[in-house]
Design a protein around this ligand. Structure first.
Ligand code: AMP
Length: 194
């Protein structure tokens, strides 16, 4: 079995109100480092994205940040990462994150996290890739997003198999367990159609 080498984490540039989100982000980063899985993330040092990156680095893991030039100052780029890739646009950022990752984790976050999650699911729906997408539920955090997708299926706006584009995993220990059992997708298209 081939192990995953690299995973992208989509998560908030804010911490959220409840401490459980930051705690879970730190647990995820530490777990990725332990598993030897490289973290690909949005490149900022703020909020949950900064927490995942800090914890991965603290555990001795590899971290690649991908940040668009215009956000470098605003989102406060993380200076300590293994590699920081600065892109010319948000679109190039997403494409680079896609290329660099064997799988995607949608973690707690806001509009940017939703956008990144939906884009990767849309690319999956369009059969542009078969890379695994794991939505991590932290005490109910994923329910509104999953309900939205279920409602689109029920109303006839999404294919009946939309639920097969992603897995919902409850909590970080189960998420890390699932990552350990995943294999990288064998056949993916190039990024020219993204
Ligand atoms: P948020 O969940 O809104 O805190 O954003 C989390 C990440 O998504 C950050 O790295 C943002 O730069 C990124 N982001 C914010 N808005 C967008 C957007 N419209 N499209 C893609 N990414 C975004």
């Amino acid at each position: 079995m081939t192990a995953l080498r690299s995973v992208a984490v989509f998560c908030g540039s804010r911490n959220g109100h409840a401490p459980k989100y930051r705690e879970a982000a730190l647990e995820l980063g530490a777990g990725l480092a332990r598993a030897g899985i490289r973290l690909v993330f949005g490149g900022g040092r703020v909020g949950l994205m900064g927490a995942v990156a800090d914890a991965t680095l603290a555990g001795g893991g590899q971290v690649i940040g991908v940040i668009p030039e215009f956000l470098e100052q605003w989102e406060v780029a993380h200076a300590g990462v293994t590699e920081l890739i600065v892109t010319d646009s948000m679109h190039t950022r997403k494409t680079r994150m896609f290329e660099l990752s064997d799988a995607f984790i949608s973690f707690a976050g806001g509009l940017g996290t939703f956008d990144e999650t939906f884009e990767i699911l849309t690319w999956r729906q369009l059969r542009l890739h078969k890379k695994p997408v794991l939505i991590c539920d932290i005490g109910g955090s994923a329910a509104p997003l999953v309900n939205l997708i279920d409602s689109a299926v029920a109303e006839g706006f999404a294919p009946a198999d939309a639920r097969e584009f992603f897995e919902v995993i409850e909590g970080v220990p189960a998420l890390l367990g699932r990552l350990a059992r995943l294999e990288p997708a064998t056949a993916t298209t190039g990024t020219e159609r993204l």
